[in-house]
Design a protein around this ligand. Structure first.
Ligand code: F6P
Length: 405
């Protein structure tokens, strides 16, 4: 018999709790697993011995269904970078102490490329110390920038929100007779996946977004203004999707960085709005989709939520198969009908690496997304959940603040 622990890390998504449910459900089925601990605020909970007993918090099938469709990280999150253990193993000893004290034989870390750095380092440390504790990574990120995997849980729901919102913006912005420009800023850090996914509207007969700017291409303000003018000649209401990660002059963004050295990106939409106002002088608005694109689970993708749960479950089987230092990944085996299988890769292949848009997803002009990309994006946004409501609003699963303190 052994206990297990699971934690969530990095930026929230709509699907990260579904992966937690996947781990939890699978562990309940396994007779060799006893307690299922949740670590509060990612790896910080293990370091500080702050664990909760998930079986006392998630009691029924209804709880699991509600948690599956609740956005964000029910156990809290962190952006904690482990040092190299060869340089400083203090924190590794604390982690080991908690895991041994709680008789934890497997640890599941749900997170993005930074969190897979933790999976990699921790599993290496255990190997070196001959400690038999399995460490398995379950991927997630709205940025979709993890290598090896076809896509990441959380991305499909974010993409569905971005495209649906963009379509609503198209309807709203086209009502007046005067020309206008609407600039929509989309998250995704240095990779343009989420911004590019707004192009699925083209498959639905929309001409918008008329311009799409991703970090994979150089950005020039002059070229942007020229593009906007050209589109204004064709369309009354020009809609632009712009990634938060495109290169902009110093001072547009706050310059603040997290523990992994990533800049907090935001502000490009406002910057471009001012440029259009000053240089073109038409009606212009910028919209920053901000955190809504990663927490709007009322319009999540069922495909995404179901896959997130499945990849969490597969993680448990992987640990019980005696594997460690692995990250679960999707491989797309068929386009039509869309089919994926779940496999594993070494955490080192994913940790701290980024995957960018393929060249053929971007038009030669560098300011839009090609048709080639649509068949990649469309299956990921399919399907709707039966959203559980209370008093006219989506109901959420929450753990009392006092339990998480
Ligand atoms: O990595 C996910 C992400 O949502 C990025 O798209 C965004 O740049 C970043 O997190 C925001 O960081 P934070 O959650 O710390 O505000």
């Amino acid at each position: 018999m052994m206990n297990i622990a699971v934690a969530q890390s990095g930026g929230p998504t709509c699907a990260i709790n579904a992966s937690l449910v996947g781990v939890f459900k699978e562990a309940l089925k396994e007779s060799q697993i006893d307690a299922i601990f949740g670590s509060v605020n990612g790896i910080e909970g293990i370091i500080n011995n702050h664990l909760v007993d998930l079986k006392t918090l998630i009691r029924t099938n209804d709880d699991m269904e509600l948690l599956r469709q609740t956005p964000s990280t029910v156990l809290g999150s962190c952006r904690y970078k482990l040092p190299e253990y060869k340089e400083d193993d203090t924190v590794y000893k604390k982690i080991l102490k908690t895991l041994e004290q709680r008789q934890i034989g497997a640890f599941f870390y749900i997170g993005g490329n930074d969190s897979m750095d933790t999976v990699n380092k921790l599993s290496e440390y255990f190997r070196q110390e001959c400690v038999d504790i399995k460490v398995i990574g379950i991927p997630k990120t709205i940025d979709n920038d993890l290598c090896i995997t076809d896509h990441t849980p959380g991305f499909g729901s974010a993409a569905k929100y971005v495209a649906a919102t963009m379509r609503e913006i198209v309807r709203d912005s086209s009502v007046y007779s005067i020309p206008s420009v609407t600039i929509v800023e989309v998250m995704g850090r240095h990779a343009g996946w989420l911004t590019a996914s707004s192009a699925v509207l083209h498959a639905l007969g929309e001409t918008a977004p008329h311009l799409i700017y991703v970090p994979e291409r150089n950005f020039s303000l002059d070229a942007f203004l020229r593009d906007v003018r050209q589109e204004m000649a064709k369309h009354k209401a020009v809609i632009v999707a712009v990634s938060e990660g495109i290169e902009v002059p110093e001072g547009v963004q706050s310059g603040v960085v997290d523990n992994f050295g990533h800049k907090y990106l935001s502000g490009i939409g406002k910057y471009l709005e001012e440029a259009v106002r000053n240089e073109i002088g038409c009606k212009v608005r910028s919209i920053e989709l901000n955190v809504m694109q990663r927490c709007s689970s009322h319009i999540c993708s069922k495909t995404d939520i179901d896959e997130a749960e499945a990849i969490g479950s597969a993680g448990v089987s992987c640990a019980l198969n005696d594997e460690t230092g692995k990250v679960m990944v999707f491989r797309r085996v068929n386009e039509m009908p869309y089919t994926v299988v779940i496999e594993t890769t070494n955490a080192a292949n994913i940790a701290n690496n980024e995957k960018f848009l393929p060249d053929d997803f971007i038009t030669p002009s560098g300011n839009n997304i090609s048709e080639n990309a649509l068949k990649y994006f469309l299956p990921l946004i399919q399907g709707e959940l039966n959203i559980i409501m209370e008093q006219g609003l989506p109901k959420h699963f929450a753990i009392q603040e006092s339990v998480l303190k």
